[in-house]
Design a protein around this ligand. Structure first.
Ligand SMILES: Cc1cc2nc3c(=O)[nH]c(=O)nc-3n(C[C@H](O)[C@H](O)[C@H](O)COP(=O)(O)O)c2cc1C
Length: 196
């Protein structure tokens, strides 16, 4: 059974992200083709990247326990749904920092994106796709985009539309399928380090 991590990319007090990630997790948990784990960056309070060697080169030899714990969490997953808000037309710094900590742990895994924000977060996802490409991830095309005006009552309480539920199901179909299809590549071992 493959395992998909649902990565909650916001840690802000009062964050809307928790409602969105919980919805993704609950909806996904009805499926029988994969298991799903909610990964909350609040449970991994990583400092600004403090490993002396970039993960691309360190081959899993990490200096800090917080990196080893984060590495184990991400390594245990075969694919991801990244739940991100849009901050200044990009992703939150805390999410980028957490991504930058690792390299091989992301390789040859699928990624799907659920975004939210005043205008839905599509610009954050566009940047996240570039980041995932650098990490040798396979980003699926279907995505879920949640504008505060239409998907949150009073901009506060998350009330997903039927269209968003359907879009999430499609996204999950693709993430599970690609995570499964990429298993032979993951089994072949780490990808060769090349100029990025
Ligand atoms: C620093 C910051 C910058 C933001 N920039 C944008 C933006 O560029 N576009 C947008 O649609 N919403 C933007 N927003 C609104 C957020 O997407 C919205 O508040 C969302 O709920 C934030 O996620 P969170 O509640 O999980 O932290 C911004 C919010 C913050 C805090």
């Amino acid at each position: 059974m493959i395992k998909i991590g649902i990565l909650l990319g916001s840690t802000r007090p009062g964050r809307r992200g928790e409602q969105v990630a919980t919805w993704v997790h609950q909806r996904a948990s009805h499926r029988t083709d994969a298991e799903f784990e909610l990964i909350d960056l609040r449970d991994h309070p990583l400092p600004h990247l403090d490993e002396p060697t970039p993960a691309l080169l360190s081959q899993g030899r990490y200096e800090h326990e917080h990196t080893r714990a984060w590495s184990a969490t991400i390594a245990s997953c075969d694919g991801f749904v990244m739940v991100t808000p849009e901050y200044n037309q990009s992703i939150p710094g805390v999410l980028k920092n957490a991504i930058d900590y690792l390299y091989a742990e992301w390789n040859n895994k699928a990624a799907g994106f659920v975004s939210y924000g005043v205008v839905g977060g599509a610009r954050a996802v566009a940047q996240l796709r570039l980041i995932c490409g650098a990490l040798r991830m396979a980003d699926v095309a279907p995505q879920v985009t949640l504008p505060l005006l239409t998907e949150f009552e009073d901009h506060t309480v998350f009330t997903p539309s039927a269209e968003s539920v359907a879009a999430l199901d499609t996204l999950l179909d693709h993430v599970v399928a690609w995570s499964t299809a990429l298993a032979p590549l993951r089994a072949a071992g780490p990808v060769a380090v090349a100029a990025t």
